[in-house]
Write a protein that binds this ligand. Structure first.
Ligand SMILES: Cc1cc2nc3c(=O)[nH]c(=O)nc-3n(C[C@H](O)[C@H](O)[C@H](O)COP(=O)(O)OP(=O)(O)OC[C@H]3O[C@@H](n4cnc5c(N)ncnc54)[C@H](O)[C@@H]3O)c2cc1C
Length: 414
């Protein structure tokens, strides 16, 4: 194993990936086979319900995988031991995420590891009552969450949001609209970010845990994107009453907590892009050795070899960046509140380098296959759309570059 490949590949990572391998083979594969018989389409060309949401059979199969992974302690290795996770650091998580993405491709196995809908670093700041009510069931895969930050007219400019919470004796009353929320259709608990002190800049926001079926919460329509996941939608809050114990952290911590959630998603790009990138490269190598031109495999053509080499170069540099930056971040505390001043630049480097490298990899994976790569039920076509999507959620590429430049200038000023 090379030095970079070996960074942080601890014994417990090897144990975790071995257990994942067994779980994917023995438990997920039969659920996947059963799902294939249920007329829900494929991962590349899914069918939806009448409202455009994820097909109920797919959702139920994912939930089954999550519950079983939770029962085996595989679902949330990134959460702290005190919360019921395994306390894996970010480099260890890179290895686990890379393994699951490479091994699952576009399969159901992807649901086995907590993603946007799972427990996250921000929610660990909740009260003991909320730990019991929401955090522990989330870690066990028994319920799912949605992170509600973006609004119809406010995305990157988080501090300009208008959803607000006002105090009413021991409770808070939330009003506002959220948009582009992953898992808005199905979540049991909503992590809502709202204004509690207008004008207080980074102390103006707070985070609340809201029962998704509470009076005043309306799940809106699906927002179909080019990813076609049937999971992204709108939410409306009309006089939603929330007890004070549902506040995550302290009043005024909302911006820092939202960034902690968002930064978690940014850092997960490392293992995701390395895993999917390697999966696409293997498929490209297979294809170029089978497909012929002029009586020989296209892999013999230098132009095709260069495409393969470009894929390898992109995957290697993105993966190396992720491992090195996440090792540095593990020293700084990747989700510490307040954050170390060097952390935002490193996190943005992981996101922008991985997102942009993976976009090139997915584009080349399509090109290598010619017309076959454009077919609507090909994994390459699906991952090309996913890769295009990645450059927007959890902070656009431009916002990452802002963060990198800010970090550089701050360091120079210091
Ligand atoms: C599939 C999907 C899932 C999502 N899931 C969630 C979720 O679960 N929860 C959630 O809260 N949100 C979610 N989002 C929202 C996502 O985080 C936002 O779309 C993203 O932050 C960008 O915001 P915006 O779309 O409003 O774009 P805008 O902020 O309006 O940006 C438009 C353009 O202007 C540029 N721009 C804006 N401001 C600046 C600036 N200051 N400097 C430089 N350039 C700038 C942007 O880079 C972009 O190119 C999701 C989005 C998608 C597409």
């Amino acid at each position: 194993m090379t030095a970079v490949a070996a960074i942080g590949a601890s014994e417990r990572v090897a144990d975790c990936t071995d257990r994942f391998q067994t779980f994917l083979d023995q438990e997920v594969a039969p659920i996947e086979e059963e799902l294939a018989q249920q007329g829900a389409g494929t991962a590349s060309r899914p069918q939806f319900d009448e409202l455009g949401r994820m097909h109920p059979a797919v959702w139920e199969a994912r939930r089954q995988v999550q519950r079983r992974a939770g029962a085996l302690g595989l679902y949330a290795p990134h959460n702290s031991v005190s919360a019921g996770g395994r306390g894996f650091n970010r480099v260890e998580m890179h290895h686990v995420e890379e393994f699951v993405y490479r091994r699952s491709g576009l399969g159901l196995g992807l649901a086995a590891l907590a993603w946007t809908e799972g427990p996250n670093p921000a929610i660990e700041h909740c009260s003991p009552t909320m730990r019991e009510q929401y955090l522990q069931p989330l870690i066990a895969g028994e319920i799912t969450a949605a992170f509600c930050n973006t609004e119809p007219s406010v995305g990157s400019d988080v501090l300009a949001m208008s959803t607000h919470a006002t105090r009413d004796s021991d409770d808070w009353i939330i009003n506002g609209k959220k948009a582009w929320i992953t898992n808005s259709h199905f979540a049991d608990v909503l992590q809502v970010v709202a204004v509690t002190e207008p004008g207080a800049r980074t102390r103006s926001l707070s985070m609340f845990l809201v029962d998704a079926n509470a009076p005043g919460v309306t799940r809106g329509r699906d927002l179909p994107t080019m990813m076609a996941d049937g999971l992204t939608g709108t939410l409306e809050f009309n006089d939603v009453r929330v007890p004070a114990e549902n506040v995550v952290g302290e009043i005024g911590d909302g911006f820092a907590l939202a960034m902690s959630w968002i930064n978690w998603r940014r850092l997960c790009r490392g293992g995701m892009c390395a895993g999917w990138g390697a999966w696409l490269l293997e498929r490209a190598l297979d294809y170029t050795q089978q497909r012929t031109s002029g009586g020989e495999p296209i892999a013999a053509q230098q132009a095709v070899q260069h495409m393969l080499a470009n894929m390898d170069a992109d995957i290697y540099q993105a993966r190396a960046t992720s491992l090195v930056a996440q090792a540095e971040l593990d020293e700084l505390g990747p989700f510490a509140i307040p954050m170390h001043s060097d952390a935002p630049r490193l996190i943005s480097l992981v996101k922008v380098i991985n997102d942009e490298a993976f976009f090139r990899v997915a584009d080349t994976a399509v090109q290598v296959r010619g017309a076959m790569g454009l077919m609507q039920d090909s994994p390459e076509e699906k991952l090309f759309r996913v890769a295009r999507n990645l450059r927007i959620p959890a902070g656009t590429s431009e916002i990452q570059r802002n963060g990198i430049a800010r970090g550089l200038l701050k360091r120079r000023a210091a």
